[in-house]
Write a protein that binds this ligand. Sequence first.
Ligand code: SF4
Length: 249
Amino acid sequence: MKAYLSEIFSSVQGEGPYVGERHLFLRFCGCHRDCTFCDTETGRTETVLVETIPGSGSFGKIPNPMTTEKLMELVREVDAKRNNRRISLTGGDPLLQVNYLHELLPQLCGDGYNIYLETAGDLTQQLKSVIEWIDIVAMDVKLESVTHEKSTFPAHWQFLKTCRDWNVEVFVKLVLSAETHEGEMMEAAKGIKKAGGEDTLIVIQPMTKAKRTDAVPTGEQLLRWQDKVATQLPNVRVIPQTHIMMKML
Ligand code: SF4
């Protein structure tokens, strides 16, 4: 089985409640979404960039697509010191290559890795087929007023409920921009509460300026929205993309 990956590197987790932890990132090509704030090249690449020294920005190139055997070899090489706490599967959306994950994840778990999945949070069938190997799910709930894509709330609720049913640790990332529609945000908060429970951890991530949008929210907006979301979901934190501040991958 082969898959298309774009990057393999070791860095600190830049988003969410695990911010600052050392992770080994496997970035998969391909995304089914088109968020206006997207900062990632999601198309298939001819080669996989493998960072030679963490944080150096120097990469070796390995041809795509890649077998699970080759990927395991690279993981063991890049993480020779075993100083990465978890493997972050990121993208794009890694769940788009779920058959590959089916073959890869038992091997990573067999090596003792803890698996952290970053996903758009709407591909429930794909999640179900690999959930037994996932330790932490970082899922998005996407707002139409922010992404400029059609709302997919029911798919998010199904996805979140599946994580809860399987007792998999999950938190929800809400990317908010200056264009956030408060009514839509509160509809999301209520939907999350219903599907995932009142104790669901919410991370409000202020949108970072991107190629297609500069609608970065103000501090006043973020604090107001945190208060509003907290009326439904008390465990709500505001955490920006810290790797960008540090100019790290
Ligand atoms: S889901 Fe993530 S990777 Fe896909 S378009 Fe949106 S921001 Fe980009």
